[in-house]
Write a protein that binds this ligand. Structure first.
Ligand code: RB5
Length: 143
């Protein structure tokens, strides 16, 4: 069975979420869409909490979190010890978030990234492995 990836966004990330859900499926991942389901305003800490619960409970292995800038939802995600959320801006930061930080939540700014850049971030993040080695010691110290 394929890995389940949970995705959650506030209204600032809703549009990008609708673009990225099919991209996750195209990568062979099972998607757990936690909302939001419209452009009506919701609070990003609530969306981050839903994503954190999905990962902490084992319903999902990794996640994608989106708000307008990615900043608010990133702060909220990283209050959870088991989560390593990386606010990513391009393919390079997406690759290094995986190789060096073993990030398990990809965080994106829905109002900052165009669809092609966001697709590239997503694909790179979910196809890049953790380098381990010296990075494993550092990542272990985070939790
Ligand atoms: C919502 O308007 C906006 O503040 C939110 O999406 C996010 O950018 C916060 O960091």
């Amino acid at each position: 069975m394929s890995e389940t990836v949970a995705i959650a966004a506030d209204h600032g990330g809703f549009e990008l979420k609708t673009i990225l859900v099919p991209e996750l499926r195209a990568l062979g991942l099972t998607v757990l869409d936690l909302g939001t389901a419209s452009a009506e305003p919701v609070d990003y800490p609530d969306m981050a909490e839903a994503l954190a619960m999905a990962i902490e409970s084992g319903r999902a292995g990794r996640g994608v979190a989106i708000c307008g800038t990615g900043i608010g939802i990133s702060i909220a995600i990283n209050r959870h010890r088991a989560l390593r959320g990386a606010l990513v801006h391009d393919g390079l930061t997406a690759r290094l978030a995986r190789q060096h930080n073993d990030a398990n939540v990809l965080v994106l700014g829905g109002r900052l990234l165009g669809p092609e850049l966001a697709r590239d971030c997503l694909k790179t993040f979910f196809t890049t492995a953790f380098d381990g080695g010296r990075h494993a010691r550092r990542v272990a110290k985070l939790s």
